[in-house]
Design a protein around this ligand. Structure first.
Ligand SMILES: NC(=O)c1ccc[n+]([C@@H]2O[C@H](COP(=O)([O-])OP(=O)(O)OC[C@H]3O[C@@H](n4cnc5c(N)ncnc54)[C@H](OP(=O)(O)O)[C@@H]3O)[C@@H](O)[C@H]2O)c1
Length: 238
């Protein structure tokens, strides 16, 4: 990440994205982050972090919202993080066209549009990070739409790294493992969460800041020779 300039965090009002906004603000960065349903949470975060942090509404499934979020970030944009994403636990025989289309728009298509827009707006030294999931590789049961979306997002990252590399822009993905966020608590039963906490080598759930730390590293100059990579932040889930 170039030391100055704005970082745009898509999906910064909760969970991993909110931890990242806090971490970037603590490092003195200017941040524009987006919210969708969490306007109040977003306003609270801005109030907590002060003047260098702003929030704008955005549904990343809507291309015009994505363009508006980039517009709001302005011309000094040096980093972009795509953190918006959601899963369901739907059996293959219960999958609907609506769910497939919705998950694709959120978890895959919006990533391609973000990479496209980042290529137009970032300059030499810019960095893009996409939050993926270890599910893209482990392919758990009852996650067809999510696994498809995240695997496609990782593929888009690898292609974009090649296309945007000639402009000096780096593009990487972070695969989170089970991370203790509002979404995990809202979608997953207590027994399943307990099992997830025992699975990694480090024997606990990830904290949102565990993942935010890796994203921050990838944004920064110390990761200046890394592009087109998919980094795991899972506590050792193999
Ligand atoms: N938690 C885990 O165990 C885990 C594991 C692997 C990967 N991940 C990935 O990590 C990322 C963050 O997830 P999280 O667990 O931190 O979830 P979270 O607490 O629900 O936060 C999700 C964020 O994405 C935003 N968002 C959701 N749908 C959106 C849409 N259509 N348009 C724009 N923004 C949208 C939310 O905004 P509002 O709240 O304002 O609506 C929120 O800021 C996701 O990509 C998820 O797939 C999470």
């Amino acid at each position: 990440m170039v030391a100055d300039g704005v970082v745009l965090v898509l999906g910064g009002s909760s969970g991993i994205g909110a931890a990242l906004v806090r971490r970037l603000a603590a490092g003195g960065r200017s941040v524009v982050f987006t919210h969708r349903t969490g306007a109040e949470r977003a306003a609270d975060l801005v109030a907590e972090l002060g003047g260098r942090v702003r929030t704008v509404p955005c549904d990343v499934r809507r291309p015009e919202d994505l363009t508006a979020a980039f517009d709001a970030a302005g011309e000094t944009l040096t980093g972009v993080v795509h953190c918006a994403g959601a899963w369901t636990y739907t059996r293959l025989d219960e999958l609907t066209l609506d769910e497939l289309d919705d998950s694709w728009a959120l978890n895959a298509r919006s990533v391609a549009l973000t990479l496209q827009e980042a290529g137009r707006r970032l300059s030499d030294g810019g960095s893009v990070v996409v939050v993926s999931s270890v599910a893209a590789e482990l392919a758990p049961a009852r996650q067809t739409s999510y696994v498809m979306g995240k695997a496609a997002a990782e593929a888009a990252v690898r292609v974009a790294a090649k296309e945007l590399g000639r402009q000096g822009i780096r593009v990487n993905a972070v695969r989170a493992g089970a991370t203790d966020t509002p979404q995990l608590r809202a979608t997953t039963g207590e027994a399943a969460i307990e099992a997830m906490a025992k699975a990694p080598a480090l024997r606990r759930l990830g904290d949102p800041d565990d993942v935010a730390a890796v994203i921050t590293f990838l944004l920064g100059a110390d990761a200046g020779w890394m592009t087109g990579t998919v980094v795991e932040a899972t506590g050792g889930l193999r």
